[in-house]
Design a protein around this ligand. Structure first.
Ligand SMILES: Nc1nc(=O)n([C@H]2C[C@H](O)[C@@H](COP(=O)(O)O)O2)cc1CO
Ligand SMILES: [Zn+2]
Length: 162
C-alpha cells in the first residue's frame, strides 16, 4: 500500500466541478452559471454565480426573460457568474489567471476578463454560440491573446452527498 490512489480527479474536472457547484447557488430558473478563477499554479482564487447585486432582492426583482418592458426582465439587473467571480476576488491581481466557467462568457464579461488580466478561459456549454454577444467575445479574446478552450468532459460522474 505504498502506491498513491489512481482514480483521483484531474485539475480540469476539479475546477469545472467547483464552477458548477457555485452555479447551483443561482436563483435563475432558466440558466444557472458558475465560474471559478484559478491561479497559473492551480490555486482557487475566487468563485461566482449569476445573481442580482447585493441589496437587490431575489424575491422582488424579476427572473423573467421576455417582457415588452425591459425593466421587467432579469437581463438589466443580473450580474453574470464571471463578473461576480472577478469582483469577489479581494486579493489583488488576477494577471495570468485561468477562468473555468459553465457557459461561454458574453461580450461584457469578456471585457472584464481581458482587463483583469485573465489569460485562459475554459468553458463547458456554448449554447449561445453564433449570437452577437458570443461572436464579439471570441473576437475580443482572439485580439487580446486570451486563450479559450472547450472543457473536455470525462465519463466520470462526480457526486457529493452533503
Ligand atoms: N456567460 C454567461 N454567464 C452568466 O452568468 N449568464 C447569466 C445571465 C442570466 O442570469 C443567465 C442567462 O439567462 P438565459 O438568457 O439563458 O435565460 O445566465 C449568462 C451568460 C451567457 O453569456
Ligand atoms: Zn457575461
Amino acid at each position: 500500500m505504498n502506491d498513491k490512489r489512481k482514480d483521483y480527479i484531474t485539475w480540469d474536472e476539479y475546477f469545472m466541478a467547483v464552477a458548477k457547484l457555485a452555479g447551483m447557488r443561482s436563483k435563475d430558473p432558466n440558466s444557472q452559471v458558475g465560474a471559478c478563477i484559478v491561479s497559473a499554479d492551480n490555486k482557487i482564487l475566487s468563485m461566482g454565480y449569476n445573481g442580482f447585486p447585493m441589496g437587490c432582492s431575489d424575491d422582488e426583482f424579476p427572473w423573467g426573460r421576455d417582457d415588452e418592458d425591459p425593466l421587467k426582465t432579469k437581463y438589466v439587473y443580473v450580474t453574470h457568474s464571471e463578473l461576480n467571480a472577478i469582483l469577489n476576488y479581494r486579493g489583488g491581481s488576477l494577471e495570468g489567471a485561468k477562468l473555468y466557467v459553465s457557459l461561454f462568457p458574453c461580450n461584457e464579461c469578456a471585457k472584464a476578463i481581458i482587463q483583469a488580466g485573465i489569460k485562459t478561459v475554459i468553458y463547458d456549454s456554448d449554447k449561445y454560440d453564433g449570437t452577437p454577444a458570443v461572436m464579439a467575445s471570441k473576437m475580443m479574446f482572439q485580439a487580446a491573446g486570451v486563450q479559450f478552450k472547450k472543457y473536455t468532459p470525462t465519463d466520470r460522474k462526480i457526486e457529493i452527498t452533503v
